[in-house]
Design a protein around this ligand. Structure first.
Ligand code: FEO
Length: 162
């Protein structure tokens, strides 16, 4: 059985993951309208992944006999100045999510909820990957700068993400 504190924190995280999904879907829509189908594809897959994260928490709360409570999803930005700007915002957001996951781990330990702590390990590792991926695109886009062919090539490559 989950403690009330852990249950509330996991419910807040479900909302944060759905907010992330919404953010990346908005980025996908932005780049689709901006003639960058590869970036649109990349962020749409990111949207799928965030929904999977939300569902991992959703299923876990139920498995532990808790009650899922879905909260309203706050609005997200609708446009970004450039692909670099979108990835900078992505990294900034993923760092916030990492801090949320770390807080959850700390709470699980405080509550002696070792099952939740164990479940969260997957997310601890996932956040390392999320931040590293966003940083690698920031590095690439800083090299490309305003080079149209560079952006075109990167966009083509991003169309391959499945
Ligand atoms: Fe679910 Fe990108 O963190």
């Amino acid at each position: 059985m989950l403690s009330k504190k852990v249950e509330a924190a996991l419910n807040a995280q479900i909302n944060a993951e759905f907010w992330s999904a919404y953010l990346y879907l908005s980025m996908s829509a932005h780049f689709a309208a901006d003639g960058k189908p590869g970036l649109a594809n990349w962020f749409k897959i990111q949207f799928d992944e965030e929904q999977e994260h939300a569902l991992r928490f959703f299923n876990y709360v139920i498995e532990r006999g808790g009650k899922v409570e879905l909260k309203p999803i706050e609005k997200v930005d609708l446009s970004w100045n450039s692909p670099l700007h979108a990835f900078e915002e992505t990294l900034k957001h993923e760092k916030v999510v990492t801090a949320l996951i770390n807080d959850l781990v700390a709470l699980a330990r405080e509550e002696k909820d070792y099952a939740t702590e164990s479940m969260l390990q997957w997310f601890v590792n996932e956040q390392v990957e999320e931040e590293s991926t966003a940083q690698s695109y920031i590095d690439a886009l800083n090299m490309i700068k305003d080079n149209g062919f560079g952006i075109y090539t990167l966009d083509k490559e991003m169309q391959g993400r499945k």
